[in-house]
Ligand binder design. Structure first.
Ligand code: DON
Length: 568
């Protein structure tokens, strides 16, 4: 059966076959979109498109998109969170990685998440405690990127978000569901007060909702830049808020005011006929490159969406996670053996560990060049993140994953936005029993390891091929690997690549979406020792992507969220 038949319902295939009979000679098809935005909320997409149509660049539009997402998808990202952005500059064909990852306050210690009993505290306690918050970096990062690649004035990028906040927006389904959920963050006093109507009931999807405080904060960010939240009254409120409760933060005004985002060259590696670029550690990008590097040494490209293809995917994924969990942390604090992990001879050796007949026991981490002794990782990641991709009419592209860590961050609000609980992305146990340090142990001023891996794909001439990424906590690197395999190996349109089943293979876990596989694949995988089961081990996906085709841009948005991809 052809791939198209496997992926499309029978009726659609019949229409396509009928359409292939040339009854009428048509004029050449109209060229598709030259600029596009793909994001998890339609109002955010519209705000981004408006900026693009006004002559703004992809980075200008990213500012507008983030401002609306922080209002309409506050469970996932916002002014109080952090992010990684991969940026493609069409003129120079250079790819830059922007790091807006939250930082631990200078006073944070390796025992950040130890309770009074001297043991790592339960995750449920940590996620709502003041000490879970890092210095927010998303807005500072966008400000830096916009100063380098913006075309419009910073102050003009917030109009849509400000007006939606002041005049009201229609409550999206996912926001209402998150507000009504039993997640501890949604039940913190600030979150309850924000989402409860005067009649005592929670907001419902489809209702008009306003956030005057958010409008004011945006107004101040528009005129003052990130200083509006990292200094002055909002910063004072952040510090006060984080010192409340049983597990207070060490955050000071100085921690906030001294936050610096980073811009570095992206890490780019060849993958078949392409080059895939991602941010360096502490992002999850290099782990995705390792997964691709292993798969490049297999024939997954000749097994589109079949049992063998998914088997190879699952085994490469296990190897990728084993190394990621052992070696990745903030390279400003620990040496991450990235070159060793991505070296051709190391990838050869890792790929040879994939048994041809049947999955073996969980693979351990390898021993790449440059690796020091590292303790097993004790990082526990939940959900609260989003991804968007933007291409402007000049061909510049943004692929950005942005997060407050878990649903509504820590549930605490200041200035109409939620504060993050990103520091729970650190390993709760800083050392193993032999004293070997965990790469991702907490420390003052350190950034926690992330799975976020916003990707940009180029062709061999350095031209834009695609941008893609996803939220999903620890599942992100598997989600992104899948989209890239679907697009680059299986040659699927980006939307079909997104629609493929998610499969997170980790140690003995094969978390997936069994109903999305073609007939026979689940049974075929089981025969090879890969028993897939429903349910992930991170949050669900929110894969968004844009690809360049001979006929203009083509976008995709994850049907598992509420996003859209629109262009002009
Ligand atoms: O940076 C990370 O890896 C996590 N804090 C991301 C959390 C996430 O993706 C939640 N999912 N929607």
């Amino acid at each position: 059966m052809s791939l198209a038949k496997r992926l499309l319902p029978i009726g659609v295939v019949a229409v396509l076959v009928a359409a292939a009979i040339p009854l009428v000679v048509h004029a050449a098809p109209k060229k598709g979109p030259a600029a596009m935005v793909a994001a998890a909320e339609p109002d955010a997409v519209e705000a981004g498109l408006k900026v693009l149509k006004a002559g703004g660049s992809a980075v200008d539009a990213a500012v507008a998109v983030q401002a609306v997402l922080g209002l309409e998808e506050p469970q996932s990202s916002g002014l109080g969170g952090g992010s990684f952005m991969t940026y493609y500059d069409a003129k120079t064909r250079k790819v830059t990685a922007y790091n807006g990852r939250e930082k631990a306050p200078a006073g944070a210690t390796p025992e950040l998440f130890y309770g009074p009993d001297g043991k790592p505290m339960p995750k449920g306690q940590a996620i709502v405690g003041g000490r879970s918050a890092g210095v927010p970096g998303a807005i500072a990062m966008l400000f830096l990127a916009q100063s380098q690649h913006g075309k419009l004035a910073w102050k003009d990028l917030f109009d849509d978000a400000e007006s939606l906040a002041a005049n009201g927006f229609i409550v999206p389904r996912r926001m209402a569901e998150a507000a009504a959920s039993r997640a501890p963050q949604a039940n913190q006093p600030d979150a309850v007060a924000y989402f409860t109507k005067p009649d005592g009931t929670k907001i419902q999807a489809g209702e008009l909702f306003k956030n005057a405080a958010y409008a004011t904060t945006l107004h101040n960010i528009a005129s003052q830049g990130p200083k509006a939240i990292l200094e002055g009254p909002i910063a004072e409120q952040i510090v006060a808020k984080l010192h409340e409760g049983p597990y207070p933060s060490a955050m000071t005004l100085k921690d906030l005011a001294s936050y610096q985002p980073k811009a570095t060259p992206a890490v780019c590696r060849p993958y078949r006929a392409y080059t895939v670029c991602v941010p360096p550690a502490p992002s999850g990008g290099p782990a995705v490159l390792e997964g691709l590097g292993i798969l490049q040494r297999t024939n997954i490209n000749t097994h589109p969406n079949d049992t063998e293809g998914w088997y190879l995917f699952s085994q490469a994924s296990r190897l990728m996670y084993a190394d990621r969990d052992r070696y990745y942390g903030d390279p400003d604090f620990v040496s991450v053996p990235m070159e060793g992990l991505l070296a051709p001879d190391y990838l050869d050796a890792r790929a040879k560990l994939i048994a041809s007949d049947k999955a073996g026991p969980p693979p351990g981490p390898g021993n790449p060049k440059g690796a020091g002794p590292r303790a097993p990782d004790q990082t526990k990641e939940p959900g609260g993140t989003t991804h968007f991709v933007i291409v402007d009419k000049d061909g510049n592209a943004v692929s950005m994953t942005t997060t407050v860590e878990s649903i509504f961050g820590d549930g605490k609000m200041v200035g109409g936005f939620f504060l993050n609980n990103q520091l729970t992305d650190f390993s709760f146990t800083p050392k193993d029993i032999d004293g070997a340090p965990a790469a991702n142990s907490p420390a003052g001023g350190k950034r926690p390891r992330s799975s976020m891996a916003p990707a940009i794909v180029l062709d061999k001439q350095g031209r834009f091929v695609a941008g893609a990424g996803s939220p999903g906590g620890p599942s992100i690197i598997a989600f992104n690997l899948k989209v890239l395999v679907g697009l680059l190996d299986w040659k699927l349109p980006i939307q079909d690549a997104i629609n493929l089943p998610n499969l997170i293979a980790f140690e003995t876990i094969y978390a997936s979406e069994p109903a999305r596989f073609p007939t026979g694949v689940v049974a075929g995988l089981a025969a090879k020792g890969v028993t897939v089961r429903g349910g992930g081990f991170g949050e669900g996906s929110g894969e968004q992507g844009i690809e360049a085709t001979a006929n203009g841009l083509r976008g995709g948005a994850d049907p598992r969220r509420e996003g859209v991809a629109r262009g002009y």
